[in-house]
Each structure stands twice: as structure tokens, then as C-alpha cells.
Ligand binder design. Structure first.
Ligand code: MG
Length: 254
């Protein structure tokens, strides 16, 4: 889970900006966690403690009003209506990664990812983005190689990842939907050789940077592990209560 949080922090200061230089420091004084981290933590708490997704996501929003929540998500959280709103936004994918660590079969991963998405993102594209992210985490932590993960994602979920990174640099444009965020995030993780390289590739794309780096970071952690210096920088930007949950989750899945 720390990989997702690191990605969120590393991307946090580059959203709505031109891509930074290739050698930009990944962490800067104002790098910070955002809604992506808070909802990822909420998912982990649901898995650990059996809390319902609706309650946990709503609570994350209401307890952290200073965050830049999506307008529709915020309205959902503030209302007493717990009906999903058919979102296909990338929020379902950025919060789902703990599912890939928690479940013990592909079918369980797909079913639980759908459950976590469906409380808000019940549009088929919202569900697909969550399932693809969780499945990639699951397969990577099983030691599957890039070709295997690519094949399973294409067969199971229909993301063909046909645009390589060298083309995404020119074609990727800022968007907040699963279909525009999850495929590039998975592509860079499957092309890269290290966690740090994934982060640098994420920053080079014109995208919803914190969310793309959060999704890519989640899969990159499962594939490469998080380098100790990135773990250190991430941990020192997380409040104690969140760190405790990260560590409790890590212990439970290791
Ligand atoms: Mg965010």
C-alpha cells in the first residue's frame, strides 16, 4: 500500500502543470498525500476490519473536508442517499489496490474490486478500471512477468495496452476517467525496470498526475518493492494514525 501512497505524494505537486524536467526531485517540501491516499487507506480498513465500503469512503470524505474531493463524490458523501452515481471516474481505480494484496485468487480479486467500485462507480468503465488495477497488483505480487500481466489484463478486462510509453508521452492528455488513466498507468509499470523509473515516467505524462502515479505506484510496489529511501520520504509525510494502518495492513498480508 505504501507504493500507492508514495505515488500519490510524488504526483501531488505536478497536477495541472507541464511535466517537470526528467531529473526533478521526486519528493519536495510540499509533496503531500491527497484523497487518493485517504481512500486507499479506507479500502484497507474495510478489508481488515470488515467495515462497509459506503461507510468507509463517506467517512474519509467527511473527516477530511480540506481535501480537493471530486464534486460528485463529495455530494454523494454529504447526502444521506447511499445510491451509487454511475461514475466512470478514476477514483475507483486509485482506491482499490489493497484488494490485490488481500485476496487469494483472481476471481476473488475481481469480485471484491467490483464491490469496492460499485458503491459509487457502478458504471461498467468504473468497475473495469478498479478490476484491472487490483488484478495487476495481485498478479505482480505473485511474481507474474510483464507479458503475463499484460495478457491477463487484455483477456480478462479488454485493456490491450497497445500504446507504448514512447507514444503516450505525446498522446496522453489530462483526464479523470478510468479508461484514460488506468491503461497508461499499467503500461508504464510493465515497461519499467524499477519503482523509481515508474514514478519518473508517470510525471512525464500529461495526466491526473497524483492518481496515475498512485495506481502505477500500487502495481510497482507489487512488482519491484518500494526503495527504502522512497519509503522513508513517504512515511515522514504520513500522520501516525495512517502509518499505523499501513503497518497493520502490511503485517496482515505478509
Ligand atoms: Mg488526488
Amino acid at each position: 500500500m505504501l507504493g500507492a501512497i508514495a505515488g500519490d505524494m510524488i504526483g501531488s505537486i505536478h497536477e495541472f502543470c507541464a511535466p517537470p524536467p526528467d531529473d526533478v526531485p521526486l519528493f519536495q517540501p510540499d509533496s503531500h498525500f491527497t484523497d487518493d491516499t485517504l481512500l486507499t487507506l479506507a479500502t484497507a480498513r474495510c478489508l481488515l476490519d470488515g467495515e462497509g465500503y459506503t461507510k468507509a469512503y463517506r467517512r474519509a470524505c467527511l473527516e477530511n473536508p480540506e481535501q480537493a474531493w471530486g464534486l460528485r463524490f463529495n455530494a454523494w458523501a454529504q447526502s444521506n442517499n447511499s445510491e451509487p452515481y454511475n461514475s466512470l471516474g478514476n477514483g475507483s481505480a486509485m482506491r482499490v489496490s489493497p484488494v490485490g494484496w488481500w485476496m487469494n485468487s483472481e476471481n476473488e480479486v475481481l469480485a471484491e474490486a467490483e464491490r469496492s467500485a460499485s458503491v459509487t462507480h457502478n458504471h461498467p468503465e468504473g468497475i473495469r478500471g478498479a478490476q484491472a488495477t487490483a488484478l495487476a497488483v495481485y498478479l505482480a505480487r505473485q511474481g507474474a512477468d510483464a507479458a503475463t500481466i499484460r495478457g491477463r489484463i487484455a483477456t480478462e478486462l479488454g485493456y490491450h495496452l497497445s500504446e507504448p510509453y514512447r507514444e503516450l508521452i505525446y498522446s496522453c492528455r489530462y483526464n479523470e476517467v478510468c479508461e484514460g488513466t488506468v491503461p497508461p498507468a499499467l503500461t508504464i509499470v510493465l515497461e519499467a525496470d524499477s519503482f523509481e523509473q515508474v514514478m519518473r515516467m508517470a510525471l512525464s505524462l500529461d495526466a491526473d498526475t497524483d492518481t496515475l502515479a498512485c495506481i502505477a505506484g500500487a502495481v510497482a510496489e507489487a512488482r519491484f518493492g518500494v526503495p527504502s529511501w522512497i519509503e522513508r520520504e513517504t512515511r515522514r509525510r504520513l500522520p501516525q494514525e495512517h502509518l499505523a494502518l499501513v503497518d497493520r495492513f502490511r503485517k496482515a498480508v505478509s
